[in-house]
Every structure is written in C-alpha cells, then in structure tokens.
Design a protein around this ligand. Structure first.
Ligand code: PMP
Length: 400
C-alpha cells in the first residue's frame, strides 16, 4: 500500500550533516550543524550538567513515574523566572502559565496549536528569512503563515523600514513570530531602540507577539541581556507567548527540554489557558520527558550551580565571538574583496555570509566545506585550526 510513495527530500539543515558524513576527505568541515563544538571540534557536555546528573543519580528517592501533562512544576516556575526575570510583574501577579514541552520545537508547536484553536486570528507572520522549520511547524499547527521583511541583503543587516511597513500592514490582531535574540539564520537583531518601536507598533495594532527564544545567553553571553526584548513586551502589561529551548544554552540538545509560557492579563485567565493547553498536549504526546527537565531544575534552583552555568555559557558565547574576529581577520589578511564586517557585527551562533547557492556548492565540492545553501555558517563549528581553510575557500570563491 505504500509502494506509490516517492522518496522525500532530506531536511535542508539536517541533510547537510548527512552529506558531510558521507565525505571521506580528511579536511572536511561541517558548518551546517546548529550545535556548539569545542575548539577541538567536539560536542560539549557542560560540567554543570554532569554535576546535576550526578546529583540526580545519587538521589535514591527519585522515581520514573509519568510527569503531569504540563511537565515538571518546579522546572516550569524556574523557566518562567529565567526568561521573564525574577522580579517580573507578570509572575508576581500569577498571570503566567508555563508548560514543559519538547524543546523549542515542541513549545512552538504546542503554542501554535493553542492559538489555532483559541485565538481569533489564524495568521502568523514570520520573518523573511527564518529558521526553516518555522513555516512547517505553524502550518501543521493549523495557522496560516505569512512573512514580514526582515533582512536586507544589500546591507547584510536589518530591513527595519520593511519590517515596520509589513507589520503595519498586517491585519489587526495577527500573530507575529519574533526571534528573541540571535536571529537564525541571519545573526541580525534589532537594537533595543528598534525593539521599542516594534513593540509600540505591535501593541497599537493588537498584534500578538510569539517569541522564539532558542539562544538565551548565547548572543551576548548574558541571560538577562538576551531576554530584554521579551521583558519590554511584558512590562507594558500585554499578552504574549514565548517558546524556550535549553538545547543550545545548556547543551541539552537530545534531551528535548523546553518550555512554553503564555503571559495573560489576569490570573484566572492564565489558569483557564493552562487547562486548554493540557487538551492540546494530552493527545499529542501525553506528557513530557522527566530527565532533561530535572537537570535544568537542579541547576536553576541552586545558586552555585546557576553561577557556574552562566560562566560556562559565557565561555561558549565568547569562543563564538572570537571565531568571528579570527575569520574576519583572516579574510582581511588575504585581501578578500568585499565588505566582511557583517561577520563581526552579526550575533549568535550563525553568520549569514552572503555567499550564494552556487558559491556554497563550489566550496563544498572543492574545499569539502559543508553549510546550508543560503550561505549560513555555524561559527560554533569553527576553530582556530579551521579558520584558515574556510578563509581560503571564501577567498577562492569570491575571486573566481
Ligand atoms: N528556534 C530556532 C530559531 C532555532 O534555531 C532552533 C534550533 N535550531 C529551535 C527553535 C528549536 O530547537 P530545539 O527544538 O532543538 O530546541
């Protein structure tokens, strides 16, 4: 009965790693993967995560029963505090409901499906470009997806005017997906002043903010700084949704741990929202996994472990920033034509190089360097040893 099926294409992002794995070349370099690597090119388990896991193992009273539908209660409370701030008025007034979900993706999906069922507007505006999974997640959640202008290829920066025009023209009440920080794939974020203008415009039109926070702490190295845009929208008393992921900032990728928070205008509303979220989650996967959320709760509840985490997080962010500087310097040293300052200006894990699909394909064929065809490179996949190879390849392809 399935013989008629055609072979589906590989995922555009995960497919890069599949192609990389097949390449026998010793000089091959994978800059497609959105996961942190050490200077030695190895995946990293944070020390603080190992400590938390040890604590969990030593605790003989721990059991493996199902969590409630909404996940681990302590994890949910601590996650809301982490993103909204310990002194958030919305938390103090019990206006926030938080549910543990399957990492960032699961949080976006549950939030999307909740909106499709209960929010009066079914259109979500996502930035152009955005993470490739966004349109698929929201379409399958039952929303209709439209885009707003975000990136300007000519400046390799923000198309702020286009963004304001498109959000200004969106129907009253539309949902707007916003990357909280370290926009993927462009590495281009609005300034705080621009965020304030976006906030004013959105609130004046009743547009519903849905923040995707996949990189808190990874952009600036400070958890609080990276959460500022979200907190500006909470401070005005209005509603919003936020999807949090601990994949990158705690290195918990495969544990699939994240949270969806919905900030409401009143405590009784938040309670009813939570009751409806349970109806979305129960038939989808019943309840979330326990292990990753327990690790996060151990770290967030303990001042010493929390401080240790922030240091390890800052070290990851700093290594990425240092890779930006090294790549920029290497291109300058080679006299590579063009303005490459965007490499040091862009924020977070990725640089949107401006290389086109033909150039990317040339670099893969001739230099065994793998990246998505839109020219996005993961700075976390680079090291001091591999920067010269990448700079040689970029130089070759733009002077070809
Ligand atoms: N949003 C963005 C912008 C991302 O880049 C990612 C990870 N690549 C995610 C959400 C979700 O990741 P995860 O489901 O692994 O938390």
């Amino acid at each position: 009965v399935f013989a008629h099926l055609v072979q589906a294409p590989e995922d555009a992002i995960l497919g890069v790693t599949i192609a990389y794995n097949k390449d026998p070349s010793p000089i091959k370099l994978n800059l497609g993967v959105g996961a942190y690597r050490t200077e030695e090119g190895k995946p990293l388990v944070l020390n603080v995560v190992r400590k938390a896991e040890q604590q969990l193992i030593n605790d003989r009273s721990r059991i493996k029963e199902y969590l409630p539908i909404v996940g681990l209660g302590e994890f949910n409370k601590l996650s809301a505090k982490l993103i909204l701030g310990a002194d958030s008025p919305a938390i103090r007034e019990n206006r926030v409901t938080t549910v543990e979900c399957l990492s960032g993706t699961g949080s976006l999906r549950v939030g999307g499906e909740f909106l499709a069922r209960h929010y009066h507007q079914k259109t979500i505006y996502i930035p152009q470009p955005t993470w490739g999974n966004h349109p698929k997640i929201f379409t399958l959640a039952g929303l209709s997806v439209k885009t707003y202008r975000y990136y300007d290829p000519s400046t390799r920066g923000l198309n702020f005017q286009g963004l304001l025009e498109d959000l200004g023209a969106a129907p009253q009440g539309s949902i707007v997906l916003l990357h909280a920080c370290a926009h993927n794939p462009t590495g281009v974020d609005p300034t705080l002043e621009q965020w304030e203008q976006i906030r004013k415009l959105m609130r004046s039109k009743g547009l519903m903010p849905f923040f995707d926070s996949a990189y808190q702490g990874f952009a600036s190295g400070s958890l609080d700084t990276d959460a500022k845009p979200i907190r500006m929208f909470v401070a005005d008393g209005g509603e919003l949704l936020v999807a949090q992921s601990y994949a990158k900032n705690m290195g918990l990728y495969g544990e699939r741990v994240g949270a969806l928070s919905i900030v409401c205008k009143a405590a009784d509303v938040a309670g009813r929202v939570e009751s409806q979220l349970k109806l979305v989650i129960r038939p989808m996967y019943s309840n979330p996994p326990i292990h990753g959320a327990s690790i996060v709760a151990v770290i967030l509840r303990d001042r010493n472990l929390f401080n240790e985490w922030t240091l390890e997080l800052k070290a990851m962010a700093d290594r990425i920033i240092s890779m930006r500087k090294q790549l920029f310097e290497a291109l300058r040293a080679r006299g590579t034509p063009g303005d490459w300052t965007h490499i040091i200006k862009q924020i977070g894990m990725f640089t949107f190089t401006g290389l086109n699909p033909a150039q990317v394909s040339y670099m893969t064929k001739e230099y065994h360097i793998y990246m998505t065809s839109d020219g996005r490179i993961s700075m976390a996949g680079l090291s001091s040893k591999t920067v010269p190879h990448l700079a040689d390849a970029i130089h070759a392809v733009v002077t070809k």
